[in-house]
Ligand binder design. Structure first.
Ligand code: PMP
Ligand code: GLN
Length: 388
């Protein structure tokens, strides 16, 4: 058997969650909440099931949900997507990104990714027969370096994948960075796949810079988002894609043979829930408070915190942790294993978000914690971390 992905093993998220469980560690690794969603959302799904919404929905998603998504995008970002021809409901963001890449990338095309980044992008491009062009983010700030991006664009460049708020660093792109991207792509034929799954988790009164706010960018972009993040239901795997009609047509050609469609009652339930008074507007304050609680606890340790402008991830530099150095270990991966097994808290090494060459350079001393947890869970983790 010749592997299509010879370099790939089990994802770091599954590996660290399993290790955390095995050692009874507090799991601040894999990004998911340890609290439940609003019961009203569950009731809405239950009601949809009892009302008989249990067979295949339309291939593109149920109309009421597509309309609710279009209304949200118009209200928040001022761009009117047509619910029939420009919005598609997907089985989470992971499927949306993969399907978008399969639909856009021809064998031999180059696709730019900005490392570190979410771990599915590069394998998706490879499976589509594309060539991954890895451009590092600035190694100190994790902000985009437009000179490097420009230098990576060539005649075979088909697309660039961007992600703000950013997993893993928590960086949020500014309006001027979006304008730089707009200018840089102006005379190219490069599509943008914009991973906006953390769109509602932006802190300190900053605004999420969706590509939908920038008409020139929106015209060349596939926006991807996920209800799993927004409504604390990562296990439901429902997300969506918004893209101009010609892009959506190509997206749907692949989507129909990939999943065909997405489970019906969840779609109806989410659509109904979206009619309640804008439930996503509470999220920045909700997660900012958790970020601040977690950061206040980390302040007394030798873990040096990086800024966290958005997402539900806090990164720390581990270079000053003497107990780890004394244990004779090195590197972010070993640190996360040690932290899980010896200290009782699981985290994710940042090198998992880069190719081995880049990972060694930029991120070997940085690890990521997820603070989408009950206050009691964060407090328990901080108790274990306080002596570091
Ligand atoms: N993109 C990023 C940046 C993510 O962090 C995640 C969550 N793991 C996803 C995509 C996938 O989202 P979903 O669970 O909806 O597939
Ligand atoms: N997005 C989450 C993270 O970055 C979980 C991803 C996954 O488990 N595949 O931790």
């Amino acid at each position: 058997l010749t592997s299509r992905l010879p370099q790939v093993g089990t994802t770091i998220f599954s590996t660290m969650s399993a290790l955390a469980q095995q050692h009874g560690a507090v799991n601040l690794g894999q990004g998911f909440p340890d609290f439940d969603c609003d019961p009203a959302l569950i009731e809405a799904v239950h009601t949809a099931m009892l009302a008989g919404h249990n067979q295949y929905p339309q291939m593109t998603g149920v109309p009421v949900l597509r309309e609710a998504i279009a209304a949200k995008l118009a209200a928040l970002y001022g761009h009117s997507y047509n619910a029939d021809s420009e919005i598609t409901v997907t089985a989470g963001a992971t499927q949306a990104i993969f399907t978008a890449i399969l639909a856009l990338v021809h064998p031999g095309d180059e696709v730019i990714i900005l490392e570190p980044c979410y771990d599915s992008y590069a394998p998706n491009i490879e499976l589509a027969g594309g060539v991954v062009k890895r451009v590092p983010l600035d190694t100190q700030t994790f902000r985009p370096d437009f000179n490097r991006i420009q230098a990576a664009i060539g005649p075979r460049t088909r697309a660039i994948v961007i992600n703000t708020p950013h997993n893993p660093s928590g960086t949020v792109w500014s309006e001027s960075e979006m304008q730089c991207l707009t200018a840089l792509l102006r005379d190219t034929a490069v599509w943008v796949i914009s991973d906006e799954v953390y769109e509602h988790m932006v802190f300190d009164r900053a605004a999420h810079q969706s590509v939908a706010r920038f008409p020139e960018l929106a015209a060349r972009s596939v926006i991807v988002s996920s209800f799993g993040k927004t409504y604390h239901v990562t296990g439901w795997k429902v997300g969506y894609v918004a893209a101009p009609a010609p892009l959506t047509r190509e997206f749907r050609k692949v989507h129909q043979f990939n999943v065909f469609t997405v489970n019906t009652p969840m779609q109806h339930g989410i659509a109904r829930y979206m009619q309640s008074p804008q439930p996503y507007l509470d999220l920045p304050a909700f997660y900012q408070r958790k970020r601040d609680l977690f950061r206040a606890g980390l302040a007394g340790t030798r873990l040096r915190m990086l800024p966290c402008e958005g997402s539900y991830f806090q990164c720390v530099d581990i270079s000053e942790v003497e107990a780890f150095a004394q244990a004779g270990r090195q590197g972010d991966q070993a640190f996360c294993e040690w932290l899980t097994t010896e200290i009782g808290v699981a985290a994710i090494p940042l090198s998992a978000f880069s190719s081995p060459a880049q990972g060694m350079l930029a991120t070997q001393n940085i690890v990521r914690f997820c603070f989408a947890k009950q206050d009691a869970t964060l407090t328990r983790a901080l108790q274990s971390l306080r002596d570091l």
